[in-house]
Structures are given as structure tokens and as C-alpha cells.
Design a binder for this molecule. Structure first.
Ligand SMILES: [Zn+2]
Length: 110
């Protein structure tokens, strides 16, 4: 619930800066390591936007790829969770470089 509330808070803060009064669509980028339950986020978003400027807004989730740097073989590899092993050499000495994003990419407002 708190993530959805945080998004609504951001939308309301931005509304004051950017002078819009209705949010119609929110494009949200989420990395695989952000540990977000998409189904429950969508459900919570509908609930917490009621009676706000984002009531009935559509939440469109964009999945970002996860990426890590392997210290053992010096490769850049794709990961889907935090404790993945290196797809090149099998090592677990991965330094996560991308994947914990949770950010609003774009808004459709009026
Ligand atoms: Zn490796």
C-alpha cells in the first residue's frame, strides 16, 4: 500500500509544480530487484487514487531489465533477481548495476 501512496503523493506534488489537475495515465518503470508485487500494486493504486486527482487513472507498468557486473569474469550479465549467479561463469560475485528502479517515467495529464 505504501508504494501506491508514495506514487499518489508524487503526483500531487508534481501537480502543483506542473499545473495539472487530472492524471489520466502513469507509466511506471520497475526493475526486477525492486521487489514489487505488480498485481497488488495495481490493486492498491486503484484504491488509494479514489477521490484524488488520479482517480480512474491507468497505471502502466514497464518492466526494466536487471543487470550486474561479474567480478569473477568481468562480464556484464542480465539478472532477474538479486542473488542470481553469473550466466557466463556461474560465479555469485555479482555487483548489481541496474534493476532496483521504481520511478515514474511519464504522465498523461490534463
Ligand atoms: Zn562471471
Amino acid at each position: 500500500m505504501s508504494i501506491a501512496e508514495g506514487i499518489v503523493q508524487t503526483l500531487e506534488d508534481q501537480a502543483r509544480v506542473q499545473h495539472y489537475s487530472r492524471v489520466k495515465t502513469v507509466w511506471l518503470e520497475i526493475g526486477p530487484l525492486a521487489a514489487i508485487e505488480k498485481e497488488s500494486l495495481l490493486f492498491c493504486f486503484d484504491a488509494v487514487t479514489r477521490d484524488t486527482l488520479a482517480e480512474n487513472a491507468r497505471l502502466d507498468i514497464i518492466d526494466l531489465p536487471g543487470e550486474a557486473w561479474c567480478l569473477a569474469c568481468a562480464s556484464r550479465v542480465a539478472i532477474t533477481q538479486r542473488y542470481d549467479s553469473c550466466s557466463e561463469c556461474g560465479s555469485y560475485q555479482l555487483q548489481v548495476t541496474r534493476g532496483d528502479e521504481l520511478r515514474i517515467k511519464e504522465l498523461e495529464v490534463e
